[in-house]
Write a protein that binds this ligand. Structure first.
Ligand SMILES: O=c1[nH]c(=O)c2nc[nH]c2[nH]1
Ligand SMILES: [Zn+2]
Length: 430
């Protein structure tokens, strides 16, 4: 069934280039009074309101000063950790053992997994996130819960069963064979169904034996169209542990590469402390890196050098990493990325922050032809931002002399109150 044509009026923001590589005036298309025509789930036209011809039977929604742009793409998160977000005082390995693993064990109960998946998507959509790439738990039913919820909301969503066959509690361990079998069955059940994508998901090298990494590498060879996600080089203690567990590996990346887990469709979370060899190998292969700034400060991991990584030609996306990250909001995540970039003396421009949270993440997910930008032919997953959502933000944005001065207070101080509307697949979702 064709959905009716809608016309959305407001300020519009699109990218025609990468603002890390292209001058702003070439990379950004902004209309003070713009129009977006959507129909059949896609963007049919976008441009200045006076130039866009409006089909007579279209429904018009005028968002006034609201900023219409692509919905946010959260390229790395753990929906099962929704209930333990903001747990105090630990670094990565202790945080996993104290908070994360006990909570992930609770998702063995399919009813609890469904409750958490529903809660996660409520929170994500309230914050304007329209695509999420999540880790599930080791339980196949936790993948079913996530995809069922995303499917019922019409969302484009990606996830995989987290695989762990060592260094995890008994009730959170699979085996090399069961990880392969369960992942394969889930992939066959969910991959490319509606707007869903299955992602092969070894948690990280410390929690997988060589046998398990090889089994998942084999599954990837059999299904090269899938993404593979994992963590790399988040904390120094973790990196030291990896070199003890894999004494023959050249470095952390090598523990993935030697097991068939490095390729263009690999998505590596964190990647803060990479060696030069690892960086150049990742670039050569074209794999994606995902910056998780609220997590990196919250767990005390370190500073991912976004500007330098982009200048060196890496593909970079942005993510909340909930519940290691401390927010469901991609605005708050952009604010943290900005603050970290300041600590490195390379402040990210608001256009670069917005690009990372939309186009950058979509690129890392190999979905740039479908989501992450407000452009003709793209799927109509949109967020409309109120750039005056609180008194503190309003009093600052009122003085703005250009769009970036108007947007930056919302990036730095905004939250779910800034979400004026969310459109998913061409339909109003909130
Ligand atoms: O931030 C993180 N969250 C996790 O759940 C995780 N697992 C391995 N490494 C991790 N890092
Ligand atoms: Zn993570």
């Amino acid at each position: 069934m064709r959905t009716p044509t809608h016309i959305l009026l407001g300020q519009t923001l699109s990218f025609s280039g990468d603002p890390f590589l292209t001058p702003l005036e070439d990379a950004v298309r902004f209309e003070r009074r713009g129009a977006v025509v959507i129909g059949d789930g896609k963007v049919l036209a976008v441009g200045p309101a006076e130039e866009i011809s409006q089909p007579v039977d279209a429904k018009v929604t005028d968002y006034g000063d609201g900023l219409i742009m692509a919905g946010f793409v959260d390229a790395h998160l753990h929906y099962p950790q929704t209930g333990i977000i903001a747990s105090w005082g630990k670094r990565l390995i202790d945080w996993l053992n104290s908070y994360t693993f006990p909570e992930e064990a609770r998702l063995a109960d399919p009813a609890y997994a469904r409750e958490i998946a529903e809660r996660y998507f409520d929170l994500a959509m309230a914050n304007g996130t329209t695509t999420s790439l999540s880790y599930a738990t080791i339980h196949p039913s936790s993948v079913d819960a996530y995809f069922t919820e995303a499917q019922s909301r019409g969302l484009r969503a990606l996830a995989g069963k987290t695989c762990m066959d060592r260094n995890a509690p008994d009730n959170l361990r699979d085996t090399a064979q069961s990880a392969y079998d369960d992942s394969k069955a889930l992939l066959e059940k969910w991959h490319d169904i509606d707007r869903l994508g299955y992602v092969i998901t070894p948690r990280f090298s410390p929690t997988s034996t060589s046998e398990q990494l090889s089994a998942l590498g084999a599954l990837w060879v059999e299904n090269p169209e899938c993404l593979m996600q994992t963590h790399i080089s988040e904390q120094h203690e973790e990196i030291a542990w990896v070199s003890e567990l894999f004494p023959d590996a050249r470095d952390y990346l090598d523990t993935y590469e030697t097991h068939g887990l490095l390729g263009e469709r690999a998505v590596f979370g964190h990647a803060i402390h990479l060696t030069e060899r690892e960086q150049s190998r990742i670039k050569e292969v074209g794999a994606g890196l995902v910056h998780c700034p609220t997590s990196n400060t919250f767990i005390g991991s370190g500073i991912f050098e976004t500007a330098r990584m982009k200048a060196e030609g890496q593909r970079v996306g942005l993510a909340t990493d909930t519940g290691g990250g401390s927010s469901f909001s991609m605005l708050r995540t952009m604010a943290a990325a900005y603050e970290l970039s300041q600590l490195k003396g390379q402040p990210l421009h608001p256009a670069q922050l917005m690009w990372l949270a939309t186009c950058g993440s979509a690129d890392v997910l190999h979905l740039s032809d479908k989501i992450g930008n407000l452009a003709v032919g793209m799927e109509a997953d949109l967020v409309v931002l109120d750039l005056s959502s609180t008194p503190a933000i309003a009093q600052r944005s009122q003085r703005a002399e250009d769009i970036w001065e108007a947007v930056f207070p919302t990036i730095m101080m905004g939250d779910d109150r800034a979400t004026k509307a969310v459109w998913v697949g061409g339909s109003l979702a909130r």
